[in-house]
Design a protein around this ligand. Structure first.
Ligand SMILES: Cc1cc2nc3c(=O)[nH]c(=O)nc-3n(C[C@H](O)[C@H](O)[C@H](O)COP(=O)(O)OP(=O)(O)OC[C@H]3O[C@@H](n4cnc5c(N)ncnc54)[C@H](O)[C@@H]3O)c2cc1C
Length: 431
């Protein structure tokens, strides 16, 4: 794999052996392309391994463009239409891997995510993909001229190993018949390739190998990256504000959580530092700093009507609420919102006020628990610069971005893996 030869060693190099990288590698290799899949980590696909509590929620049967956040909401449409959950399920069936639907179209592996990783690896191996693990990319150089002449255009490679890539573009702007190719200098030698696919994912969970590499590559090629923020992440509150609720840690309620036009009816979990659970993870991807969230703690109840029915009752407010909410939550809520008196000692106006607060509890988180706890990174490589059919950068022939590094972020429930598979398949068909 040395770089002294003038012709590329390999048709396709994919950086990032995660969900998208492996799917792209096996798709391209099955089409007869020579493929090298390169990753800096020791183990491949760490995120698949830990996903879905170790069982990997690998797709969602109801995947639609509406399940994705992006500055360019229609971008994902084409790729999702051409590689559907059924295509992925067909691969599982071929390998005899069992799965089940948990809820809302979410499919999980019966026997853990290792089976899915083994399936993708085996498909890659059978198709002849070559692996290059524990490999750091130090420099990427694009040469927009015929391969035989390209070497004379190349910039001098850095002599010291830098962790972030030094990327240079030499030669004239590609287009027409001029072919583009790339030279990669890595900790394991030099590679030359016609197609370079960036599948290095987002920033979440750095301790298992997440890096900003993909965004750096985009920036070096003058491709904009949209605003990045942790998504599908627990929310935190100021410790003093949260102090009364911190004792509720571990309590979960079925709630309707809203921000702007988005609402999610799922479980909400109290934690020592704030709120988590599926409803909160979902809304966190939409939530913007300093803005309030609206929480309906009793979405199935007409609280105003119930209070009206029991206005004459001597039952304590907390005991009344404990019929509908967990007892500890009812106690704390009463302590925060009202004196805990018998219902018949409140005015109708006061009871209506309690009902309104239960149905629209407004809370303003101070922040999120950040990339260490986030399942995804919202934002990414600006899709206006990519082909929605192939994921190729419009003005850099041969360069592709796939998976989470792209500004397409799925909601909770298997949508992120479905995007990884679909965008990878689109690129794998084109490289
Ligand atoms: C705890 C957790 C649970 C999740 N559960 C689910 C779930 O159940 N369902 C779902 O749909 N989504 C889930 N997700 C999200 C999902 O894992 C990601 O969206 C998906 O893995 C993205 O795939 P990807 O291939 O783009 O990136 P990744 O899977 O993150 O792969 C990126 C690869 O690039 C490598 N890499 C990074 N930087 C470099 C570099 N500088 N040089 C070389 N290699 C590099 C990494 O080592 C990694 O192997 C979960 C995420 C987390 C963190």
């Amino acid at each position: 794999m040395s770089g002294t030869a003038s012709a590329p060693d390999v048709d396709v190099i994919i950086i990032g052996a995660g969900a998208a990288g492996m799917m792209c590698a096996l798709t391209a290799a099955q089409r007869g392309r020579s493929v090298v899949l390169l990753d800096h980590a020791k183990k491949l696909a760490e995120k698949i391994r830990i996903s879905g509590g170790g069982r990997c929620n690998f797709t969602n049967l109801n995947s639609k463009p509406e399940n994705y956040l992006s500055q360019n909401p229609h971008f994902c449409r084409s790729a999702l239409a051409r590689f559907t959950p059924q295509h992925f399920i067909a691969m599982l069936d071929k390998h005899g891997i069992g799965y089940h639907e948990k809820t809302l179209g979410q499919l999980f592996c019966n026997d853990g995510s290792e089976a899915l990783i083994a399936m993708l690896k085996s498909e890659c191996d059978t198709a002849g993909v070559r692996w290059c693990m524990q490999c750091e990319v130090l420099n990427i150089e694009q040469l927009n001229s015929p391969p035989d002449e390209a070497i004379s255009h190349s910039a001098k490679l850095p002599t010291t190993a830098a962790r972030s890539p030094v990327i240079s573009q030499t030669g004239e702007k590609a287009g027409g018949s001029i072919s583009s190719h790339f030279t990669l200098t890595t900790s394991r030698g030099q590679f030359r390739t016609y197609s370079l696919v960036i599948a290095t994912g987002g920033l979440s969970i750095p301790k298992i190998g997440a890096t900003p590499f993909g965004y750096q590559v985009a920036q070096q090629f003058d491709i904009p990256v949209t605003k990045l923020k942790p998504g599908l992440v627990p929310l935190s509150f100021h410790p003093l504000d949260w102090q009364p609720y911190s004792e509720l840690a571990g309590i979960s309620v079925d709630a309707l959580v809203s921000y702007g036009k988005q609402s999610f009816r799922e479980n909400l979990l109290f934690t020592h530092r704030g709120l988590s659970g599926p409803a909160i993870l979902q809304i966190s991807s939409y939530w913007e700093q300093h803005q309030p969230l609206h929480v309906n703690l009793l979405p199935d109840h007409d609280m105003q009507g119930l209070f009206a029915q029991h206005r004459g009752s001597r039952m304590l407010l907390s005991n009344f609420l404990a019929q509908y909410l967990p007892r500890r939550l009812a106690d704390v809520w009463c302590g925060q919102m009202a004196e805990n008196k018998p219902l018949n000692q409140y005015s109708e106006k006061a009871l209506n006020g309690f009902a309104a607060k239960l149905l629209d509890w407004q809370i303003t988180p101070t922040g999120t628990l950040g990339y260490n706890k986030a399942e995804v990174t919202c934002g990414g490589v600006d899709t206006h610069w990519l082909s929605s059919k192939t994921m190729q950068v419009n003005n850099v022939p041969g360069l592709y971005f796939i998976g989470e590094v792209v500004d397409v972020t799925g909601q909770l429930g298997g949508f992120n893996f479905q995007w990884a598979w679909a965008s990878a398949y689109a690129a794998g068909q084109a490289v």
